[in-house]
Design a protein around this ligand. Structure first.
Ligand SMILES: Nc1ncnc2c1ncn2[C@@H]1O[C@H](COP(=O)(O)OP(=O)(O)OP(=O)(O)O)[C@@H](O)[C@H]1O
Ligand SMILES: [Zn+2]
Length: 650
C-alpha cells in the first residue's frame, strides 16, 4: 500500500525517463499506474518488429514510428489525465543540457549502452539531480541509485573494456565459433559491402602472398568479364581456399595447432548452380530479400551442412548485388538485417568447417553476431518496479533506505532479488571527485589526434572536448568557432604532443572539459618511450581511473538494456563486444548476527575472477553462500534480506 506521504511525493514529481525500450515500456506503465503525473520520455529509436515480443506498448502497426511518442500514446489510453512529454531524440543532443536536467526531481535510465549512460551520469552530477540507473541481461538485472555526495556515481567503478580479440586469432587462428563470426562480420562483410576506404585485415599476411599478383587486394572487386555467380565463387575460393593455403604456408603457426583445410567451391557444390531462385527474380521489397527463402531453407534453428552454407553464401552475395546494389559501400553489419545475418552465418560456418569448429544455426549465429542474450520480459518488469521503488525513496529523500538491487538467476534456487546498500562515492573517481588522471605516452610519437580519439573520446566519453594547457587552448570542438581557429586546431591534431604550440611533455597537466556535460578533469602527462603493441595497442596508458579487466573468454554477457552498472553474477554467458559488465555479487562478510557465511559461487560454472581489481574491491567481491536450507525456488524480498546483505566500503 502506498502511504499518503509517498503519494504526495509522487504527485508533485517531475520525472525524466531516458530510454523507452524493454525496461522503458515497463517503467512508463509502472510510473503511470503508481500515480506519477508529469513524465518526460527521451528515446532516439523507432519501433522495430523485433521489439514487439516484449515492448508491450508497441504493436505491429507502430513499426517505424517513434518509441517515445507511441509509448506516450499507449499509456495515455489507460491514464488519460497525466502529462507525458515525449522526445524522439538522442539524449546527447545539446538542448538536453544541464538546465534541462535541473528541471527534474529524478532521472530514470532504461538505456542499453555505456556511452549514453555516462553522458546522463555527468549531466545528473552537474545538475545535482538524483539518477536511478538500471540494466537487464536475460534473467539478470540491477537497479542502482546515484546521488551526488551520498552514493557512488555511475562511473565510480571502472567498466570493463569491450571484448576484443587479437587480430591474428581472427585472421589466422580461430579456435571458437565466435572468432569465425567476428571474421565474417567485421572483416569479410565489411570488405565486400562496407566502406572500401576502411582498413581491413582480411588478407592473411604472408611473404608468398605479397608476391602473388593474382591474389592482390583487388581480388574483392567484381571484374568486368564475370557474372555474379563467377564473382561469388571467386570470392569464395579466395577467402576459404587461397587464403587458407597462404596461412598454411606459415609453418610455424601450425606447429602446435590443428591445420585448417582449404575449401574450394567446386569441392562442395556442382560446377554450375541450377537456378532455384525463381521467386526472387520477380521483384520483392528490399526488406524481404532472403537467401534462405530463395533456397527454400525454412527453419533458422537448423544447422546447415557445408554445402547448404556454401549455397547461402553465394545466394546472399548474389542478392546483395542484385537487389541492394545501391547500399553496397555503405553497409555495416546489423543484426536486424536478415540478408546480412544469412551471409555472416554462412561465411562463419564455412570458415568454421575449415578449422574443424562445430557449425551453428542461423539463430545461434545471429545471437553471437548481434551480442544478443535473449531478453526476458519479466526481468524488465521486475527491474522497472524496483526503479519506481527507488525513485519514490529519492523523492521522499530517504537516502538511508536506498538500495542497489540485483535480480539474480540462481541455480542454487535460493533467491531472486538481492538488495544491498549502495557504495559511498569513490574518492578517486575522476568524474565525481575530480581526481587527476595519469597518462603515460610517448610525447614525441603520439599526435594530438591520437590523444583526442583514443583517450578523450574513447576512454573519457566526451563529445565536445576542449583541451587546455594552462590558459592556452590546444583543441576545441564547436559550431561557432572562427575559421582561423578551426584551421589551427586541425593543424594541432596532426602534431605530436611535444610539437604543439605549448609543448606537452613529462610533467605537463592538461585540462579537458566537455562543455555540454559541464564536466572537466585534469590529466598529468608522463613521457614513456616504449609500449607493448599487444597489451597497450593505443600506444598510451591512462591510469588513476582503471579500466576493468576484459572478461575471461566465457564470462561475458550482453542483452536487452544490458547491465553495465555494478556487480552481477552470470550463468549462461556469451562473448561479445558491447559495453556490458557482469561481475560478481558483492555482499558483506557477516550476516546480521555476525555469523560468517560459507562461500559459494552464485553463478554456475564460473569462478569469480578478481584479477585487476584493487584489494579493496577484492574484499568486496566475495561471493557468499547464504545459510538457507530450503532447496525450493523462493522469491525473497523481505527486509531481513536487506540486513543480511548490507555492503559497505571497507
Ligand atoms: N543516446 C540515446 N538517446 C536516447 N535513447 C537512447 C540512447 N541510447 C539508447 N537509447 C534507447 O534506449 C532503449 C534501450 O532499450 P532496449 O535495451 O530494450 O533496446 P532495443 O533497441 O529496444 O532492443 P534490442 O537492442 O534488444 O533490439 C532503446 O529504445 C534505445 O533507443
Ligand atoms: Zn564517481
Amino acid at each position: 500500500m502506498i502511504s499518503q506521504e509517498q503519494l504526495s511525493a509522487i504527485k508533485g514529481a517531475k520525472v525524466l525517463m531516458v530510454g523507452a525500450g524493454g525496461i522503458g515500456c515497463e517503467l512508463l506503465k509502472t510510473l503511470a499506474l503508481s500515480g506519477f503525473q508529469d513524465i518526460h520520455v527521451i528515446d532516439m529509436d523507432t519501433i522495430e518488429v523485433s521489439n514487439l515480443n516484449r515492448q508491450f506498448l508497441f504493436r505491429q502497426s507502430h513499426v517505424g514510428q517513434s518509441k517515445a511518442k507511441v509509448a506516450r500514446d499507449a499509456v495515455l489510453r489507460f491514464r488519460p489525465n497525466i502529462s507525458i512529454t515525449p522526445y524522439h531524440a538522442n539524449v546527447k543532443e545539446s538542448h538536453f543540457n544541464v538546465n534541462f536536467f535541473k528541471e527534474f526531481d529524478v532521472v530514470l535510465n532504461g538505456l542499453d549502452n555505456l556511452d549514453a549512460r555516462r553522458h546522463v551520469n555527468r549531466l545528473c552530477l552537474a545538475a545535482d539531480v538524483p539518477l536511478v540507473e538500471s540494466g537487464t541481461t536475460g534473467f539478470l538485472g540491477q537497479v542502482t541509485v546515484h546521488l551526488m555526495g551520498k552514493t557512488e556515481c555511475y562511473e565510480c567503478q571502472p567498466k570493463p573494456a569491450p571484448k576484443t580479440y587479437p587480430v591474428c586469432t581472427i585472421t589466422s587462428t580461430p579456435s571458437k565459433f565466435v572468432h569465425c563470426i567476428v571474421w565474417a562480420k567485421d572483416l569479410l562483410f565489411a570488405k565486400l559491402f562496407g566502406d572500401k576506404n576502411q582498413e581491413n585485415d582480411l588478407n592473411v599476411r604472408s611473404s608468398d602472398a605479397a608476391n602473388s599478383s593474382e591474389h592482390s587486394e583487388d581480388a574483392f572487386e567484381c571484374r568486368q568479364d564475370e557474372d555474379i555467380e563467377q564473382y561469388g565463387r571467386r570470392i569464395y575460393d579466395h577467402v576459404f581456399g587461397h587464403n587458407i593455403e597462404v596461412a598454411l604456408s606459415n609453418e610455424e603457426t601450425w606447429k602446435n595447432r590443428n591445420k585448417p583445410k582449404p575449401i574450394y567451391s567446386n569441392d562442395v557444390l556442382p560446377k554450375k548452380l541450377t537456378n532455384e531462385n525463381g521467386n526472387m527474380e520477380k521483384g520483392c521489397a528490399t526488406d524481404d530479400v532472403s537467401a534462405m527463402s530463395s533456397l527454400g531453407l525454412k527453419n533458422p534453428q537448423d544447422v546447415w551442412s557445408l554445402a547448404e552454407n556454401s549455397r547461402v553464401f553465394l545466394e546472399a552475395l548474389r542478392l546483395f548485388f542484385l537487389k541492394r546494389e545501391k547500399e553496397i559501400g555503405n553497409l555495416s553489419f546489423d543484426k536486424d538485417d536478415q540478408l546480412a545475418v544469412e551471409f555472416v552465418t554462412a561465411a562463419a560456418n564455412i570458415r568454421a568447417s575449415s578449422f574443424e569448429i562445430p557449425l551453428h544455426s542461423l539463430f545461434e549465429a545471429k545471437g553471437i553476431a548481434g551480442n544478443i542474450v535473449h531478453a526476458v520480459a519479466t526481468t524488465n518488469a521486475i527491474i522497472a518496479g524496483l526503479i519506481v521503488i527507488e525513485a519514490i525513496k529519492v523523492l521522499k529523500k530517504d537516502s538511508n533506505d536506498y538500495r542497489m538491487t540485483y535480480c539474480l538467476e540462481h541455480p542454487s534456487k535460493k533467491m531472486l532479488l538481492m538488495p544491498v546498500e549502495p557504495y559511498e562515492p569513490n574518492k578517486s573517481c575522476y568524474v565525481c571527485s575530480q581526481t587527476p588522471l595519469l597518462l603515460e605516452v610517448n610525447t614525441h610519437r603520439s599526435k594530438l589526434w591520437d590523444f583526442v580519439e583514443k583517450i578523450v573520446k574513447a576512454k573519457l566519453g566526451m563529445n565536445f572536448p576542449l583541451i587546455m594547457q594552462g590558459a592556452s587552448i590546444l583543441y576545441e570542438v564547436g559550431e561557432d568557432l572562427e575559421e582561423d581557429m578551426v584551421a589551427i586546431y586541425a593543424a594541432n591534431l596532426q602534431k605530436t604532443l611535444s610539437e604543439l604550440p605549448s609543448q606537452v611533455t613529462s610533467g605537463t597537466v592538461l585540462t579537458i572539459e566537455d562543455l555540454q556535460q559541464e564536466f572537466s578533469c585534469n590529466i598529468n602527462i608522463k613521457h614513456r618511450e616504449e609500449f607493448d603493441e599487444e597489451k597497450e595497442p593505443d600506444g598510451m596508458l591512462l591510469s588513476g581511473w582503471v579500466e576493468a579487466p576484459v572478461d575471461k573468454d566465457n564470462s561475458k554477457a550482453v542483452g536487452n538494456g544490458e547491465s553495465t552498472s555494478n556487480a552481477l553474477p552470470a550463468e549462461e554467458i556469451l562473448e561479445g563486444e558491447k559495453d556490458v559488465e557482469i561481475q560478481e555479487i558483492s555482499v558483506g562478510t557477516e550476516n546480521a548476527t555476525g555469523r560468517k557465511r560459507k562461500l559459494f559461487e552464485v553463478s554456475k560454472g564460473t569462478t569469480p575472477d578478481h584479477s585487476g581489481l584493487s584489494d579493496e574491491r577484492k574484499n568486496h567481491n566475495q561471493i557468499e553462500k547464504l545459510d538457507v536450507d530450503d532447496e525450493d525456488d523462493e522469491l525473497i524480498i523481505s527486509d531481513d534480506w536487506e540486513s543480511l546483505t548490507k555492503k559497505k566500503r571497507l
